[in-house]
Design a binder for this molecule. Sequence first.
Ligand SMILES: Cc1cc2nc3c(=O)[nH]c(=O)nc-3n(C[C@H](O)[C@H](O)[C@H](O)COP(=O)(O)OP(=O)(O)OC[C@H]3O[C@@H](n4cnc5c(N)ncnc54)[C@H](O)[C@@H]3O)c2cc1C
Length: 338
Amino acid sequence: MNTWVYIDHFKGNALPASWETIGVGKTLGNVTALVFGSGIEALAKAAFEYGADEVLLADDASLVDYRAEAYATTLSKLSAERTPDLLLFPTTTRGRELAGMVAIDLRTGVMVDVTSLEATGGKITVTRPIYAGKLLTKETCSSRPQIITLRGRAFPKPAQQAGKSGTLTKVAAAIGDFPTKVEGYTTSESGVSLTDASVIVSGGRGVSNNPALTPPAGLDEKQAEIWRAQQGFALVIDLASALGAAVGASRAAVDAGYVPYTHQVGQTGKVVSPDVYIACGISGAIQHLAGMRTSKVIVAINKDPEAPIFKLARYGVVGDLFQIVPALTVAFKKKMGK
Ligand SMILES: Cc1cc2nc3c(=O)[nH]c(=O)nc-3n(C[C@H](O)[C@H](O)[C@H](O)COP(=O)(O)OP(=O)(O)OC[C@H]3O[C@@H](n4cnc5c(N)ncnc54)[C@H](O)[C@@H]3O)c2cc1C
């Protein structure tokens, strides 16, 4: 099968899900990696080292910033000329966007956020979660090329083979009068990326609930709640940093202003699949579970033994998070020699 894999990157730094996507492509046969950007030869080299047999390199100043129209037109043009059987993308924001635009250009369909797949002859059958992860559906696509986006961390990352090379083919970028232009970038926050993290510690509304804390004088009720929540979240952040983990949050925590939206996990937030997900003071509403139910090991800390999160958790701690979370931080720091 002639499989193409889109390598998603920011300024030459690939998202790890791109390498996972090459790994999946390799299970089906030879892989051609699509590397688009400007000054990105090193990325092409890395694509070979993660298993690509060929790289189609569109290295052009017009591609220095990701712009959906320029990237999709380049990809659609190449695809129409060279007719691959299968296009694979990581399910990243850019991957999803490009997959949809290219599917329209090529008059085919897209199967998104796939968590497993199998090939029979040239036909791929995918499995993907639907209805907030309550059901798994099996799907096929009758048109060609088949276009699939793969959920990050649902597939193993192949080992890097230093020095491995392959066929490098330079291709032209589609030059056009594309309407959007990137004016600049602003860093919104630092820290471990939620979607790439192997461990996530998340906080919910429960973190605002520490009656032992007395807010500073002069705060109104809402300000006092946010102040309490920030103290509570500091415990979650401490535990996350002891573990080298990313910090997540429920929508209740985000809506109440405890932490920014970029931390939200769930149906209307980020979908994550870490090795370990530690939920602190989160009840386990279906919309939250939709974003983290494929985590490999779920640990829940909640004072309510009936909280729905315990139905999904491998390990459940019934108790007060304000005692348990700091104790865990101390224990992990000790264990890890920090
Ligand atoms: C269309 C739609 C989309 C949505 N999308 C999302 C989404 O993407 N992500 C998301 O998370 N939600 C989403 N929601 C909201 C979701 O339905 C829930 O309201 C939300 O997840 C609840 O967040 P929570 O668990 O933090 O709060 P709560 O449900 O209020 O739970 C707080 C928990 O903290 C526990 N607790 C309190 N004090 C302590 C303590 N001291 N120690 C230990 N435990 C304690 C309580 O027992 C409770 O279980 C969505 C809702 C809708 C309608």
